[in-house]
Design a protein around this ligand. Structure first.
Ligand SMILES: Cc1cc2nc3c(=O)[nH]c(=O)nc-3n(C[C@H](O)[C@H](O)[C@H](O)COP(=O)(O)OP(=O)(O)OC[C@H]3O[C@@H](n4cnc5c(N)ncnc54)[C@H](O)[C@@H]3O)c2cc1C
Length: 309
């Protein structure tokens, strides 16, 4: 597989954009995860499509990743191809409509909006993901969600039929995103998110900067930002707060291997040093069992478990 990829993709991609046995711990906010067989960083739609076609031609499994801030990658790593969107990251503005490619970071997008005096995305400024990951997850914080500001998206149907279509780019209207709590249609249809347009409102850039700063401080005050993690490990169960349920089970600071329930916010599992994916999974299971036993509440994971388990 490595020889094939070297021969066929080396001409297409920049030298550093094609890597083998790449440790995923370098590309996840948890700093956990074994090697991806092949790791690619396309910087254009054409490169992305070529990589996908290469995978189909050679029956190589593939997966797309953004900034890895909602992923728990197996210690054994990921078989096949990881396609990381980091380099596909252009952001532009037309009046109060801002367009961003999937690989742009939310932080860059929010700063761009602030500099251009358009408001509405401040809630997202501390979420450490990409635009693609945020649309996929309908990311949200502090009363705002992607669904509140998104106007429309472009996507790719990554089947052979989709890739070979006369016009492979799909235009996704707002309603077609089927947004829900940490849900979008991208989770069901397997499309690749390419870009989105956000409809924002004009505001004074100092006011926008101040709101971003306030939320930043609140986040650093309440969440364990100083340690590697995958953000909230569980979805919020209706009528409950996950952190409180786990805290009430006496699990604040509880540690298995290198994975620990955060002392600062019990809804987070942190990598306290040398944690493995197996440690995190064991701790997730323990928290789920305890909360079920004591409160009869089922905790569903928000983090996505990927790779070769
Ligand atoms: C410290 C911390 C704080 C966080 N706070 C919040 C918060 O306040 N609110 C919140 O909602 N989340 C939060 N998160 C979780 C995470 O940042 C979000 O879920 C984010 O949207 C994930 O984006 P990503 O680019 O990292 O996606 P990844 O983790 O790389 O991927 C997540 C999923 O999206 C898919 N995906 C990524 N890009 C694409 C694409 N272009 N097309 C199709 N599928 C794609 C991947 O295949 C994967 O299934 C936090 C995480 C951390 C570590």
């Amino acid at each position: 597989m490595q020889k094939l990829a070297t021969t066929e993709l080396a001409n297409l991609l920049e030298k550093d954009a094609l890597r083998f046995a790449e440790p995923m711990s370098l590309h996840t906010s948890f700093q956990i995860g074994g090697p991806a067989d092949i790791y690619t960083l396309p910087s254009s739609q054409a490169e992305l499509m070529q990589i996908l076609k290469f995978c189909y031609t050679h029956a190589i499994p593939w997966m797309i990743v953004g900034r890895g801030s909602n992923l728990l990658v197996s210690d054994k790593g990921i078989r096949g191809m990881v396609i990381a969107t980091d380099l596909y990251n252009k952001i532009s503005i037309d009046e109060n409509y801002v367009s961003a490619f999937c690989g742009a970071s939310l932080e860059d997008l929010c700063n761009f909006c602030m500099v251009n005096g358009v408001a509405g995305l401040e809630f997202a400024s501390g979420i450490p993901g990409s635009v693609g990951g945020a649309v996929f997850m309908n990311a949200g914080a502090y009363g705002g969600e992607i669904k509140d500001v998104l106007y429309c998206s472009k996507a790719l149907n990554p089947t052979l039929e989709g890739l070979n279509a006369a016009n492979p780019i799909l235009h996704i209207k707002y309603d077609e995103h089927q947004f829900g709590y940490r849900h979008s249609s991208f989770q069901d249809n397997g499309f690749i998110h390419l870009s989105s347009v956000f409809k924002l409102s004009y505001d004074d850039k100092d006011h926008i900067a101040q709101r971003m700063q306030d939320l930043h401080e609140e986040r650093w005050c309440k969440q364990p930002m100083e340690l590697p993690s995958g953000g909230s490990i569980f979805k919020r169960p209706p009528g409950h707060f996950t952190g409180k349920l786990i805290d009430d089970c006496g699990m604040r600071g509880y540690q298995l291997g290198g994975a620990r329930i955060s002392d600062k916010h019990c809804g987070f599992i942190v990598n306290a040093g040398g944690a493995t994916a197996a440690d995190v999974m064991a701790l997730i299971k323990h928290a789920q069992d305890e909360v079920k036993r004591r409160y009869d509440v089922d905790l569903q994971t928000e983090i996505r478990k990927v790779g070769d388990w």
